[in-house]
Unconditional design. Structure first.
Length: 298
């Protein structure tokens, strides 16, 4: 039985260090769950390949650096485009053929693709991580008085927040976003306005995949580049999406950051529960509000 009277009071440096870790994890949870929310909310596809596409973004950055000498900053643009184009190929060749079937078929297909992609990279590069250096401009740290804040980690938090908010704005507050939302509810009507709905669906899937690849590039200097980096994260990210509400853009962003912080602080106050706290929260949310915190109830 757990004794609540013996919870250790953390020191300030430990508390803020774990808070920073929580924000870092939350940044990646938010970006990955955002990509999943975009794909599910607008295309009704449960994309289990998302973790593998996150890994592909990191490997693409590693290839650019080690094979072509192209550094981190160009990789932030090139890797999402390259992996996004591969996602478009997947949508055209596979997902479009099962678009009218039950969601389960899409989940099984994307799960199988994820296993194939991960297996190919694990066979070629093994399970140990490959190092990727932090760009020179973001090396070092700042003394905030109560803690040292690594520059690269501060950049990841700030940049991921900007990307998340820009994506939310584009989908919820622009004409293009209104077309996307309308296409999911009444594609026939949208076609009547001269809009190519299949092309819009394909580009939306590519965009969601590109978000995963962008997160992979940003994660490479922190977690190293490993074939298993996506599979280690995707289950947690799916839990984040369920808690926020399937298809909810703002739910993915807010829930990702909040749960990252909760997980980080749990490591301070109750380390034994840090690996399960998100799933416990998911169960509670599903019992109280099955549609998720930001999801729309029927």
């Amino acid at each position: 039985m757990f004794d609540w009277l013996h919870i250790a009071v953390p020191s300030a440096p430990l508390f803020f260090a774990q808070l920073l870790v929580g924000l870092i994890n939350g940044a990646f949870y938010a970006m990955l769950s955002l990509g999943l929310a975009v794909i599910f909310g607008l295309l009704n596809i449960i994309n289990f390949t998302h973790g593998a596409q996150y890994m592909l973004g990191a490997f693409c950055a590693w290839f650019l650096l080690n094979w072509l000498g192209i550094g981190y900053w160009p990789a932030l643009v090139i890797a999402p485009i390259v992996v996004g184009l591969s996602g478009i190929v997947v949508e055209r060749l596979f997902l479009r053929r099962i678009a009218k079937l039950d969601h389960l078929y899409g989940l099984l297909l994307t799960f199988g693709l994820a296993l194939i992609i991960e297996g190919i990279f694990r066979e070629q590069y093994g399970s140990s991580g490959l190092p990727y250096t932090i760009p020179a401009e973001l090396q070092g740290a700042r003394n905030l008085g109560f803690m040292f804040l690594p520059n690269y980690r501060a950049w990841v938090i700030a940049f991921s927040l900007v990307i998340c908010l820009l994506t939310w704005f584009a989908i919820e507050r622009t004409r293009l976003g209104s077309y996307l939302r309308a296409a999911t509810e009444n594609p026939t009507l949208v076609r009547a306005f001269g809009i190519n709905v299949p092309r819009m669906v394909t580009l939306t899937y590519g965009f969601g995949v590109g978000l995963a690849a962008l997160a992979g590039v940003m994660a490479a200097p922190i977690y190293n580049v490993s074939p298993q980096m996506g599979s280690d994260l995707i289950i947690v990210v799916f839990a984040v999406v369920v808690i926020g509400g399937m298809g909810s853009i703002m739910g993915a962003i807010v829930t990702g950051f909040v749960l990252g912080i909760v997980e980080g602080l749990t490591k301070v106050f109750f380390p034994e529960a840090s690996n399960t706290v998100i799933f416990v929260i998911m169960v509670i949310v599903l019992l109280v509000r099955p549609a998720g915190m930001f999801g729309r109830t029927a």
